[in-house]
Design a protein around this ligand. Structure first.
Ligand code: BV8
Length: 248
């Protein structure tokens, strides 16, 4: 049977024949672009911190400058990074087969968008975006340039702080994001889960949602994840190695 001989070829053929494909990506998708994965992000200076604490409103309020500096360093890494062969394979596929592929990402970088998947569903926000920490009483849009050079920038009139436009632990996902992701997972004929440890919810539940919807579920990850059990097939490899072979 093709599947037993060559699971990559079998999956590639399923993707080529499908009219609806959903790809859920995590930090491993951007690892080969030089962006540390979320749980590896705390190296060097940050190695003594817990990412789940830094990536929370409580952590930000406890030490705004520390958290702001962590994000500033990660933002610079994103700006320096380039989409890898895995991002490009998905962007090229979307250009060749418009309307077939939905990319749902937990990542806060912009590499899918830069590779051509402009309509990527962002579950956890955008690290390059800024927001006010408190809703602005004057309804003003957040403009860090006007908020001064402090770290984090602070509104000179009311003291409101600027924070990164990401979803922190304990915060709701952007309106409509998980609903759009669940619709794509339920409708998918093929669901590919790339580069995620499956540790963060509700994103981690999308593989099971796709499986219940009848999708063929496959995982691309060099290591075991918490949701391997939801997959029909697990491909032990990296995004930049395998996605060009699956979507090329
Ligand atoms: C929420 C932005 C409603 C910030 C991030 C059940 C249901 C709902 C909520 C919960 C629940 N159980 C618990 C919760 C609470 C919480 C949660 O999930 N906690 C976990 C720790 C248990 N969830 C939430 O708070 C979410 N909000 O549900 O709202 C609500 C509200 C209040 C109370 C209840 C419900 C919000 C979660 C969003 C958090 N924000 N990011 C920032 O980035 O700074 S999540 C963060 O983790 C990143 O976005 C990251 O993408 C994400 C997930 O991690 P991974 O992407 O998987 O990355 P990781 O490093 O873990 O793994 C990398 C993988 O890649 C590895 O497997 C590795 O092997 C692989 N890999 C490495 N190299 C490669 C590779 N793969 C392929 N190729 C390679 N080259």
């Amino acid at each position: 049977m093709a599947e037993l001989d060559d699971p990559v070829r079998d999956l590639r053929e399923r993707i080529a024949a499908a009219s609806r494909v959903c790809v859920l990506t995590g930090a491993g998708m951007s690892a080969e672009s030089g962006i540390a994965t979320f749980r590896d992000a705390l190296t060097g200076l940050w190695s003594r911190f817990d990412p789940a604490r830094l990536a929370s409103e409580e952590g930000f309020r406890a030490d705004p400058q520390l958290v702001w500096d962590w994000y500033a360093e990660r933002r610079e890494g994103v700006r320096q990074a380039q989409p890898n062969a895995g991002h490009r394979a998905l962007g090229d596929f979307a250009r060749r087969r418009p309307g077939v592929l939905t990319v749902v990402s937990q990542n806060v970088d912009d590499l899918h968008q830069r590779a051509g998947n402009a309509d990527t569903v962002r579950l956890h926000g955008d690290i390059l975006a800024d927001r006010w920490l408190e809703p602005c009483r004057r309804g003003r849009a957040c403009d860090p340039a006007a908020a001064g050079i402090d770290r984090p920038p602070r509104c000179a009139e009311c003291g409101n702080l600027v924070r990164p436009g990401v979803v922190w632990f304990g915060e709701m996902l952007p309106p409509g994001a998980i609903e759009a992701a669940e619709r794509a997972a339920r409708a998918a004929e093929v669901m590919l889960v790339v580069g995620t440890s499956g540790a963060v919810w509700p994103a981690a539940g999308l593989a099971a949602t796709a499986r219940r919807g009848g999708a063929r579920v496959a995982i691309v990850n060099p290591h075991a994840s918490e949701i391997d059990g939801e997959a029909h097939v697990v491909l032990r490899g990296t995004a930049a190695q395998l996605l060009p072979r699956l979507f090329g």
